[in-house]
Design a protein around this ligand. Sequence first.
Ligand SMILES: Nc1ncnc2c1ncn2[C@@H]1O[C@H](COP(=O)(O)OP(=O)(O)O)[C@@H](O)[C@H]1O
Ligand SMILES: C[C@@](O)(CCOP(=O)(O)OP(=O)(O)O)CC(=O)O
Length: 467
Amino acid sequence: MTASTLPPKAVSAPGKVLLAGGYLVLDRNYTGLVFGLDARIHVYIEPIKTKSGVTLSEIIVKSPQFREATWEFGYRLVEGEGGIGVTQLRANHTLPLRKNPFIETTLTYTLTYITTLLPHPHLSPSTISILASPAYYSNPGTSPSSSTSSPSPFLKYPVSLPEAHKTGLGSSAALVTSFTAALLTYYLPTHIFDLETDAGLRILHNLSQAAHCAAQGKVGSGFDIASAVYGSCLYRRFSPSLLSSLPAPGSPGFSSKLKALVEGRDGAEWDVEIRKAAIRMPRGLRLVMCDVDCGSETPGMVKKVLGWRAEHKDTADRIWDALQQGNEEFAAELTRLAGEEEDAGKERYAKLRDIIARNRALIREMGQASGVPIEPPQQTALLDACSKIEGIIGGVVPGAGGYDAVVLLVEDREEVMAELKKLLAGWKEAADEENGVKIGKVGILGVREDMVGVRLEDPTGYTDWLD
Ligand SMILES: Nc1ncnc2c1ncn2[C@@H]1O[C@H](COP(=O)(O)OP(=O)(O)O)[C@@H](O)[C@H]1O
Ligand SMILES: C[C@@](O)(CCOP(=O)(O)OP(=O)(O)O)CC(=O)O
């Protein structure tokens, strides 16, 4: 097959919610309990359509759901093993260049890795389209007119991406993972890269972590990339030092060092641990994500918590260790219940309730001691009120916590959702005088947990969105 006739490919990856282990998971001595969600980001890739038949080294990336969301790139091999240099092209000289570092960095890293695997690295030009599930953004959107009998699962938004209001489901991690997977699947034959093998997932994980960290300009715990690749799991992070010896893209040795890193060779052995069997969702239960409309964000929460921990080692160790134990019990109890027959016994979830209550008390202690509103009083009031509803087991502030979201563990019954909707519809705006933060409307996001990580999709399913 010649390069120009490569068949279209499509891949999707899930969003995430860190149910337990916020802050702890930054340290390899602790773990995080992360659920993948059924909100996914899809990436579709096909040969570029050129009118003249002239093939330029060009890749066009589009987010057709948003305004002003097309990025064009030129690419070339950089001498001295500098990898693939990617340059954003200006489609229209009168417009400012809109950057998307997640796309540009992922292209640079993934094309570089691909060329280390091909004997004659000729990459044919391609067009890439990104489509995200509605739950990622809270902006109102509309359905496009459909050319097929089934309506599109994606919405069109009358805004540009910087104006999109993110709901915090990990759009950049899902994007980087599915974008990386789509490029690898499109340009490499399956005997070199196969997304449906353990080896393929490992390569995808390592490459996506490296690209995501570089694009973010910081090394987080990486739980979001891990769940985008593997789905729900108990996660122990990789040592951050793994990424520190990688030269900058374009500099000598970048491509060979990146290859060794991605393949876990030459001192770059990955010590990440993904335990999928350690977390399950019991039959009859589900997660519900609530988006809290809040007046302010607290920047630098991670920095502040870690700064406090460094100065108060003994107290911090006690809280961290107790929380780790509680989080492990949480995972173990969910998994135990998942192996049991479902019955309506009232006491079935008593232990889960108790574990959640103890963990929340420790999270509040962590917040009060470090001066960071991890579970601030407004969220305590909201979680307590939700937990009183018959059929709601409990809830927590996910991830780093703060004012903007809560996640609930509930019995998967319509009456429970109806009661929850009633409570939230009447939820009073409460002001936190001390921090000047107001929480307003609380909405339910149309998502639930999903155990499946990255997956191949049918490339014929996107016609409504392609030119
Ligand atoms: N549909 C999309 N198309 C292109 N880029 C996207 C899309 N959704 C998110 N992104 C990229 O991801 C960035 C958001 O990442 P980030 O701030 O880390 O939020 P999140 O918590 O959702 O990961 C956006 O600024 C944009 O660069
Ligand atoms: C504090 C953390 O442990 C968890 C943060 O989880 P969130 O889900 O709040 O993260 P964002 O999507 O980046 O906003 C930091 C980390 O693990 O990197």
